[in-house]
Design a protein. Structure first.
Length: 657
């Protein structure tokens, strides 16, 4: 059988190689894995063939705008496991997959080297010549000439030792393998990856109500007033300034103070009751300022290397223009009225939910997309989405994909405090970041279990946590009537366990701890329903600690991602130890979970996780206090007084300094 016929017959065979257990991938490639620009995607798979056949594998990938696939050879890790990686250097949609084929040349060389009798060596060399000739058909230029000569020498040479030398010629073997037909090749589906800009991976968020930023007590704040706070907020180290809805607020069924169902004269209502005669989701509340004022705020924040994020709440007040312009977008009760929104036990009498199952859903969906595009046009590239779990999955998949096709820099944060599978589905559908249950996790065991899931399970491929110790809706019970030390502890945990975190602005830095009642998580005199005046210069503010922690985050790459998180044992449940690492940058946190008492104990370091395996002497420098300690080995003593510092944030290094 000549070389042409032999190769042709092989191409008619069904694939004889197998590819299994490709990682990373989400639901068999139904959804995209997530990365940020400049990161790698390390791909592994089980690749094999029947019997003793050797295989070769290639990782193929292409990014936004690429018309051709790039390829990188995969390396064997043993037991049929193969690995390769590639760097995603642009934001947008990527694809990758694996090709595996029988590597007859590698199998031939392995068998050749086991030959000892002269005639066996000659026959094996002739078999190699046939394989080399198959590669000739796929080569040209100098490569073709080299392969033709190699095949001829393998076929014609009689001396066993010279033949052995020809078989051992690594460059020629590699050249032949490069051009060999890929016999019995198998190929996976193309797995999707979505690559965001770096802000999706790491950022500190600060939530502020513009209407509460006026210097004069009782006066409604404006964008200009908020602009005056930008340098203060940036000085605390925040990257994103997040604003609740900035639209006109409905007057019908407007909420009063403390969530009263009836408002009184002068009550400003909840910003989430969106829409009035002044306009809807693309309008600005007149008392906040004009569109030009808003654009000026966005530009001023950008000049300080900070971004403005807007709240997107797809719901309306009863006097939103859509209620009369598009009555078909709202579901009616038998008496013709619209049922207000509910999220038991919470009731929102001032809000109408939108009917996403309306027969006019195409027009509705397009109108909602235009809301996002309007604010992108005003300079906004980050959106915090309110209650996305109450809207259809199909809508979010369509909307986010449509926006990203034109605006791949846009980041969406899902505010979905709901069942785990629903939260994870939203992340799979395209949300860049997700709120978490951190707000309610308190004990060392709870925090360790939850962050092990977030940072180390397969869900990290698509679910990026953004941890908030409080929100305007949530004063968790461990912060109710709690001392400032409790707030300090939650700050350090959020800011170091997660690369993305946020606080509900002045309320947190001033340790606002008064609950409305003994049952709900609402604040007393909640800012959601009234204009506040925060004394941000008040003595005892947590602002200096917040600024220090954020400065540490900015200075240390170890705290700018989640995947290196490792936990270290302590003999005291009130002390929590964990670390993150990026190369030689190592941050070891030890947090006192008790806001009232000094806690002490012994921490046992996982030296391998820290990249300090075998170290007998270690220096740890507390980046909060500046104190430095010489430690010996893995087991060391720690003591923390919450009145002095809630935690140690150690930079760890080998040796004593």
């Amino acid at each position: 059988m000549n070389e042409f016929t032999r190769a042709a017959v092989r191409e008619t065979f069904a694939p004889t190689t197998a590819i299994e257990n490709v990682a990373p991938q989400v639901d068999g490639g139904r959804f995209a894995v997530k990365r940020v620009e400049g990161e790698e995607i390390a791909v592994t798979a089980d690749c094999f063939a029947h019997g003793h056949e050797r295989v070769a594998c290639e990782l193929r990938y292409r990014g936004p705008g690429d018309t051709q696939w790039s390829g990188v050879p995969m390396e064997p890790l043993g037991n049929d496991l193969w690995s390769a990686r590639f760097t995603v250097d642009r934001i947008g949609a990527w694809q990758y997959g694996i090709v595996c084929w029988v590597d007859h040349l590698a199998g031939w060389r392995d068998a050749f080297l086991r030959r000892v009798e002269a005639e066996d060596i000659r026959l094996a060399a002739r078999a190699g010549a046939e394989l080399a000739a198959e590669s000739v058909a796929n080569a040209d230029g100098p490569a073709r000439e080299q392969l033709v000569a190699w095949a001829r020498h393998l076929r014609d040479e009689a001396d066993p030792e010279r033949l052995r030398g020809l078989a051992m010629d690594e460059p020629l073997l590699a050249l032949a393998r490069q051009h060999a037909p890929r016999a019995g090749a198998s190929q996976t589906v193309s797995y999707p990856a979505w690559v965001d800009r770096e802000r999706a991976r790491c950022g500190a968020w600060y939530e502020a109500f513009p209407r509460s930023m006026a210097a004069e007590p009782g006066k409604h704040g404006t964008f200009a007033d908020l602009e005056g706070h930008l340098e203060r907020i940036r000085a605390m180290g925040f990257d994103v300034l997040y604003l609740p809805p900035i639209h006109p607020i409905g007057r019908t069924r407007r909420k009063g103070r403390n969530n009263a169902t009836a408002s009184e004269a002068g009550d400003v209502g909840s910003p989430w009751g969106i829409g009035a005669r002044e306009g809807g989701h693309t309008a600005i509340h007149p008392e906040l300022g004009t569109a030009a004022d808003f654009r000026r705020l966005v530009a001023a924040a950008r000049a300080l290397d900070m971004e403005i994020a807007l709240d997107i709440a797809f719901q309306v007040a009863p006097d939103h223009p859509w209620v009369t312009q598009h009555p078909e977008w709202f579901r009616r009760r038998p008496d013709g009225s619209v049922q207000y929104a509910e999220n038991p036990p919470k009731k929102y009498e001032d809000i109408y939910p939108i009917d996403f199952e309306t027969r006019d859903w195409r027009a509705l969906w397009q109108a909602l997309r235009e809301v996002i595009e309007h604010w992108i046009g005003e300079g906004v590239e980050i959106f915090r989405v309110d209650n996305p779990h109450t809207k259809p999955f199909a809508f979010w998949e369509w909307l986010i994909a449509a926006v990203h096709r034109e605006h791949p820099r846009v980041i969406f944060l899902a505010e979905a405090f709901t069942r785990p599978r629903v939260m994870h589905r939203l992340a799979k559908l395209g949300f860049s970041q997700s709120y978490t249950y951190f707000t309610w996790r308190e004990t060392r065991a709870e925090l360790t279990e939850y962050f092990t899931e977030l940072a180390l399970s397969s869900s990290r491929e698509y679910f990026r946590p953004n941890c908030w110790p409080n929100t305007p809706d949530i004063l968790p019970h461990h912060l109710r009537n709690a001392p400032p030390e409790a707030f300090a502890i939650r700050l350090v945990l959020a800011a170091t366990l997660a690369a993305n975190y946020g606080i509900y602005g002045p309320a947190f830095e001033l340790a606002e701890n008064r609950p409305r009642d003994d049952v709900s998580e609402e604040y007393l005199a909640s800012e959601k329903y009234e204009v506040k005046r925060w004394d941000v210069e008040r003595a005892g503010s947590l602002a200096p600690l917040i600024a220090r922690v954020n400065a540490i985050r900015h200075a240390h790459p170890a705290l700018q991602s989640d995947w290196s998180l490792a936990f270290h044992g302590t003999d005291n449940d009130q002390l929590m130890g964990y670390s993150k690492r990026a190369g030689d940058d190592r941050i070891l946190a030890v947090v006192n979970l008790d806001p009232l008492n000094v806690q002490s104990g012994w921490i046992t370091l996982d030296l391998e996780a820290l990249g300090l395996e075998g170290a007998s002497e270690i220096t740890v420098e507390d980046l909060i206090t500046g104190e430095r300690y010489p430690w010996r080995g893995a087991r060391n003593f720690v003591m923390l007084d919450p009145r002095k510092s809630p935690a140690h944030l150690f930079a760890a290094s080998r040796g004593h300094r």
